[in-house]
Design a protein around this ligand. Structure first.
Ligand code: ARG
Length: 273
């Protein structure tokens, strides 16, 4: 089955404020032409394998390029739960996302104003349709309940404890076939045990260095896993499971704390072939 991805044109991307540790000392330091080039190369790599819809940039909202945070599309339906961003610096993105999805004929679901939720950046379905929710950094005590009103499959909460890995998609990546990449140090003990229980020997731990390269922030299409940068060790480990890594260098976007997965939003089911 083919999934469609949403990406946002990178023209408006910049680091103009600090809302995560990666953005420290990066204000004004994005090389725009290089960022556009890196985005285009990544777009071309993905387009060889899937359809991509491109949303226009909105320069007043430099993090809009990270479409994973637009919302959470509901599997099999033309409906999306829109994000309620934690930081005011991103809150204006919701209206832009709403307008774009409505134009495409999608139904937009609003969460209560008291719920913090940052979309597919913090909510990942695995191969068995379980939803994993990141908790603690870009969510609040209402998130689990609000999301559960719209999802029929089981939902599990994973507590994030390292501010550098502030969205679940920066430290966890479920893969087709039932395996998953994760960065152990970014979760509390209970969450690590939960992951071990559900994924068993399919749970692949990243080293701290791989975590910092954003190896978990990956997009998997047809057994190809796209990530900012990889190590030989990880290539070999994923090769044994039948996956091939393709690097997509996204250093300019790392200055904002985002890379491959953050730049995409999947509208379809996970690839299993
Ligand atoms: N600067 C953005 C933020 O801190 C980066 C978002 C990255 N997105 C993601 N899905 N991890 O919100």
């Amino acid at each position: 089955m083919n999934q469609t991805l949403v990406m946002c044109s990178p023209e408006g991307f910049a680091v103009n404020y600090e809302i995560n540790p990666w953005m420290k000392q990066q204000i004004g330091h994005v090389a725009s032409a290089l960022a556009i080039h890196q985005w285009q190369m990544f777009f071309d790599q993905l387009s060889a394998l899937t359809a991509i819809s491109v949303m226009p940039a909105s320069p007043a909202w430099p993090d809009l390029v990270f479409t994973a945070n637009a919302g959470l599309p509901l599997p099999g339906e033309k409906k999306i739960i829109l994000s309620n961003f934690r930081h005011p610096q991103r809150q204006g993105e919701t209206a832009i996302n709403r307008a774009w999805f409505e134009t495409l004929g999608w139904e937009c679901i609003d969460l209560p104003a008291t719920t913090v939720f940052e979309g597919a950046g913090d909510a990942l379905f695995d191969a068995e349709d379980r939803l994993w929710l990141g908790a603690g950094l870009r969510s609040n005590e209402n998130t689990m309940h609000s999301i559960s009103q719209h999802i029929a499959t089981p939902i599990h909460r994973l507590a994030l404890i390292d501010p550098r890995f502030y969205h679940l998609d920066t430290c966890f990546c479920p893969l087709p076939g039932g395996s998953a990449l994760y960065l152990p140090e970014s979760f509390d003990d209970a969450s690590r045990s939960l992951l071990a229980r559900y994924f068993g020997s399919g749970l692949i731990a990243l080293t701290p260095a791989e975590g910092e390269m954003f190896c978990a922030n990956a997009v998997c299409l047809k057994q190809v896993i796209f990530m900012n940068q990889a190590t030989q060790r990880l290539r070999e480990e994923l090769d044994r499971l039948g996956f091939m890594i393709q690097e997509a260098p996204l250093a300019e976007f790392m200055k904002a704390g985002g890379s491959a997965k953050c730049l995409t939003l999947s509208l379809g089911k996970m690839e299993c072939d």
